[in-house]
Design a protein around this ligand. Structure first.
Ligand SMILES: O=C(O)[C@H](O)[C@H](O)COP(=O)(O)O
Ligand SMILES: [Mg+2]
Length: 295
């Protein structure tokens, strides 16, 4: 069975009793931007009271796991430790560790602090933040942008400060050496904010795909790299993946052999859920907040 609507407290209880662990997406499930989705705090408290393990799995790479603990607590969501969070920045750093990326090489980051924090936490050298806010005054500026053999990888994440200097440097590093790794933290092309959508990571590295003709290894949901991190650390027995995107969260859960629950509080509308060829979650409901009513 797929696309089973959950709409009553008894249905919520029947769902929850099947699982020991819930993999919870963040943007669009817990919050939109910095606005808590109503009832989510009480819903998480109810799940914890029932002894459920909550693992937070986000494609957002702007924050480190430690920063996410602070964001959770700032919104009244207590009980999470950094190890309960698997973010795309952390998963990207884990990938570089898993392939033995050399510590004497540098990673050029088109992204925000979370990527740099997680890379340096695993001993890698990261640069690129210094190019935030650098004005581009014209083509003469490009003479100063030269290949740099110290750069061994380009990592692209959500970058609210994206600019031409960063793209020009990333392009130069990728074009000057085919061995320079090209990674993206996640594929999401848009984010749900204020009930609308705005460009996200996938829309930020695509200019480099166009200009270099190279495609990145994409780490985040639904890709195996992120799944490997979760399987290694947490396992997936009796686990339910809860998300707001069909192409990342639901696909991720299906790839991991999990049951999947889509919530309609984020990117995906009910119309999209029932559109032809749409990825089918096992269950769906209006919002995670409804689980506050579990008897
Ligand atoms: O902006 C991004 O990079 C992602 O679209 C966004 O943050 C997704 O986060 P998630 O829904 O996986 O928590
Ligand atoms: Mg989401």
């Amino acid at each position: 069975m797929t696309r089973q609507l959950l709409a009553t407290p008894d249905q919520y209880r029947a769902l929850v009793d099947q699982f020991d662990t819930f993999l919870l997406d963040m943007d669009g499930v817990l919050w939109q931007g910095s606005k808590l989705i109503p009832g989510v705090d009480r819903a998480l408290a109810r799940l914890r009271a029932l002894g459920k393990r909550l693992i937070f799995v986000t494609n957002n790479s702007t924050k480190s796991r430690a920063s996410y603990v602070h964001k959770l607590e700032s919104l009244g969501l207590y009980g999470a430790a950094p190890d309960d969070i698997v973010g795309a920045a952390y998963a990207t750093a884990c990938y570089l560790t898993s392939i033995g990326f050399p510590k004497d090489k540098w990673v050029y980051v088109v992204g925000q602090q979370g990527v740099v924090d997680e890379l340096t936490a695993q001993g890698f050298q990261a640069c690129g933040l210094e190019d935030t806010g650098v004005p581009f005054t014209g083509m003469d500026d490009l003479a100063a942008i030269q290949p740099d053999p110290r750069i061994g990888a380009v990592v692209c994440g959500f970058d609210g400060h994206l600019n031409y200097t960063k793209l020009a440097k990333a392009h130069t590093y990728l074009m000057s050496n085919p061995d320079t790794l090209f990674l993206a933290t996640n594929p999401d092309v848009c984010d749900p904010v204020h009930g609308r959508t705005f460009p996200a990571c996938g829309a930020m590295y695509s200019p480099l795909v166009a200009s270099t003709g190279r495609s990145p290894r994409v780490v985040g949901k639904p890709n195996a790299t992120m799944l490997d991190v979760i399987v290694r650390v947490h396992g997936l027995d009796r686990t339910c993946m809860v998300g707001d995107r069909l192409d990342t969260d639901v696909r991720f859960g299906l790839n991991g052999g999990c049951q999947t629950l889509l919530v309609l509080s984020g990117v995906t509308t009910e119309e999209a859920l029932f559109s032809q060829n749409a990825i089918a979650p096992h269950y769906y409901m209006a919002s995670l907040g409804e689980l506050q009513y579990i008897p």
